[in-house]
Design a protein around this ligand. Structure first.
Ligand code: HEC
Ligand code: HEC
Length: 167
């Protein structure tokens, strides 16, 4: 009976949203509602793993191959507006994206589909932060690894320090 109910619920969900993947749906739900005053679009959900939702599955929002958010500082969530993110595919194809006023950037599969491992550099007013190839293994959402708080299991949000201490 439970199974039948589940299937019925899935059918309803499929008709409603073209999605019936409980794991995926709960990952999306876990990200919560939109922030007050921010509408769905280029500046929403800074710091979140964009591709959890923008994954190209049927009924999902626009598909991104790589997306994320760049912040200015390690200590707070001030967005880095106008940072250039350079993505270098394992086959040496490259793509660049510039962050908007929320710090968000995104590229679509039509623009760029990386071969992994991918190398990433972030350039903000001349301060370049490079990232080791080995770290982006197969994952287009920066925030799959870069979540707060920083610690043994997370790199923390991506930042470009304004005092420029880094290489
Ligand atoms: C919890 C799910 C979710 C997350 C996480 C999410 N988005 Fe979205 N996004 C949506 C939905 C839903 C829409 C609305 C799509 C529509 O109106 O057709 C949307 C719309 C957009 C649009 C407009 C696209 C279009 O074609 O209209 C952009 C750009 C966008 N999001 C960027 C991002 C970025 C960048 C991130 C990560 C920093 C992100 N989103 C994270 C669900 C999400
Ligand atoms: C698979 C996990 C993973 C993914 C995905 C990932 N990173 Fe990282 N990143 C790390 C780890 C771990 C570090 C810390 C070690 C280092 O500096 O290489 C790091 C460090 C960095 C740094 C230097 C330090 C910092 O926090 O500012 C930058 C810049 C960076 N990542 C950018 C990005 C961007 C942009 C993306 C998305 C396109 C991304 N990373 C995706 C794991 C990841």
């Amino acid at each position: 009976m439970r199974t039948l109910l589940f299937i019925a619920a899935c059918l309803a969900a499929t008709l409603a949203s073209l999605s019936c993947d409980p794991v995926h749906d709960s990952a999306v739900d876990a990200l919560g509602a939109e922030a007050p005053g921010v509408s769905k679009g280029p500046k929403h959900r800074p710091g979140q793993p964009c591709i959890t939702c923008h994954d190209g599955s049927l009924g999902s929002p626009q598909h991104f191959s790589v997306a994320g958010t760049i912040f200015l500082n390690q200590e707070d969530l001030t967005p880095a507006n106008g940072a250039t993110v350079t993505l270098i595919s394992a086959d040496n194809n490259t793509a660049q994206a510039v962050t908007n006023s929320a710090g968000n950037f995104y590229v679509t599969p039509q623009q760029f589909t990386p071969a992994y491992p991918m190398k990433v550099t972030v350039d903000y007013t001349g301060r370049v932060r490079a990232k080791m190839t080995s770290h982006v293994g197969r994952d287009g959402s920066c925030a799959d690894c870069h979540t707060d708080p920083a610690g043994p299991t997370s790199a923390g949000h991506v930042f470009v320090p304004v005092d420029g201490v880094t290489p």
